[in-house]
Ligand binder design. Structure first.
Ligand SMILES: NC(=O)c1ccc[n+]([C@@H]2O[C@H](COP(=O)([O-])OP(=O)(O)OC[C@H]3O[C@@H](n4cnc5c(N)ncnc54)[C@H](O)[C@@H]3O)[C@@H](O)[C@H]2O)c1
Length: 326
């Protein structure tokens, strides 16, 4: 790998997280410099976040800043001191269900935090910002697959509302200041280092330990599961090719039922799953499914990893001893 800087200097917020750590590594590998900002919050074990950064920390073009994105002075300083040329804003309080427990915190980190990041970028003259939105903005949209122009005015969780708010905030910066503001609606992302409370990580751990797997609803709810490498491809394509104010779905554009997902993981682990049935959870939606034609056409996004292959890779990584508890 080249150690010389050949490209941009990118601020990655949430760089110690699941998606952020993969994005940081890929940017470094292609010759960019990365300033990683993360506050190692305790939503899940910060030791896992430190482990996520192991590879990046050994790289001479990676600089870690430990701090909170809501601190405006810190943002101002790191954008100018490091000559940042673009921002990939991934830091957030993630997760639908926990947002029902502490909606104020979600609003503070995700909405106020994004206001700080966007405004600091503008003030520093950084005109290119890519930020994480979510498939959850589609709420209970009944038209499948979900397309970017579908109405997204009916979120069903505080988390989804914060992500929709981010898209509105971004619009202001594109319209008033001519900034490139690209929002990426990620559809359930999985792969090595997935957040430990997310379904695939939690199910794999439980099945491997011979514990029952909780199934909310009748197992028929469907998700578009997107492998991390495909998401990183989409983030980099948006960084390189995004123009103006634009929103893109990033999914695999295929759906898997919850019952089938459990079967796939169990088969890969070589165990028989024991299911523990629970009623549906508030905030959950029956299906997500991404129409990715816009991302294909404008970004050249072309996801490569179907769920069967992705689960195989995830379980192989887990077997390497890395799927720790939250
Ligand atoms: N994983 C998915 O399936 C998925 C789906 C849709 C959207 N997203 C969005 O993608 C982004 C990344 O998600 P992830 O799964 O990697 O989550 P993650 O929790 O692993 O990563 C987020 C990181 O942000 C950091 N962070 C949180 N608050 C911060 C603050 N105030 N200051 C600085 N850093 C802070 C956390 O410590 C964490 O390392 C989030 O914006 C999330 O909402 C993820």
């Amino acid at each position: 790998m080249s150690r010389e800087q050949t490209g941009a200097t990118v601020l990655v917020t949430g760089a110690a997280g699941f998606i952020g750590s993969h994005v940081a590594e890929r940017l470094l590998a292609r010759g960019d410099a990365v300033i990683g900002l993360d506050n190692f919050d305790t939503f899940y074990d910060p030791a896992l976040k430190r482990a996520n950064l192991r590879a990046a920390l050994g790289h001479p073009r990676f600089h870690l800043v430990e701090g909170d994105l809501r601190e405006r002075a810190l943002l101002d300083r790191l954008l100018t001191d490091h000559g940042v040329t673009a921002v990939v804003h991934l830091a957030a309080r993630a997760g639908v269900r926990p947002s029902l427990v502490d909606p104020e915190l979600y609003a503070d980190v995700n909405v106020r935090g994004s206001a700080v990041v966007f405004e600091a970028a503008r003030a520093a003259g950084v005109t290119r910002v890519i930020y994480a939105s979510s498939s959850s903005v589609y709420g209970g949209n009944e038209k499948l697959p979900f397309a970017e122009d579908d109405p997204v005015d009916h979120p069903v969780s505080p988390y989804a509302a914060t992500k929709k708010a981010n898209e509105l905030q971004a619009h202001v910066y594109a319209r008033l200041f001519g900034m490139t503001m690209i929002g990426l609606r990620f559809f359930t992302v999985y792969g090595p280092r997935q957040r430990p409370e997310m379904a695939i990580a939690a199910f794999t751990r439980r099945l491997a330990e011979g514990r029952p797997v909780p199934m909310y609803g009748d197992g028929g709810s469907r998700r578009d599961y997107t492998y991390i490498d495909d998401i990183v491809d989409g983030v980099l394509a948006a960084l390189d090719r995004g123009r103006g104010y634009r929103i893109y779905n990033l999914g695999e554009s295929a759906t898997t039922t919850l019952a089938r997902l459990i079967e796939l993981i169990a088969a890969e682990l070589g165990v028989t799953p024991e299911i523990e049935r629970h009623p549906e959870q508030p905030g959950d939606v029956p299906a997500t499914w991404a129409d990715i034609s816009r991302a294909r056409e404008e970004l050249g996004y072309d996801p490569q990893v179907p769920v069967e292959e992705g689960i195989r890779r995830y379980v192989a990584w887990f077997r390497g001893g890395r799927g720790a508890a939250p």
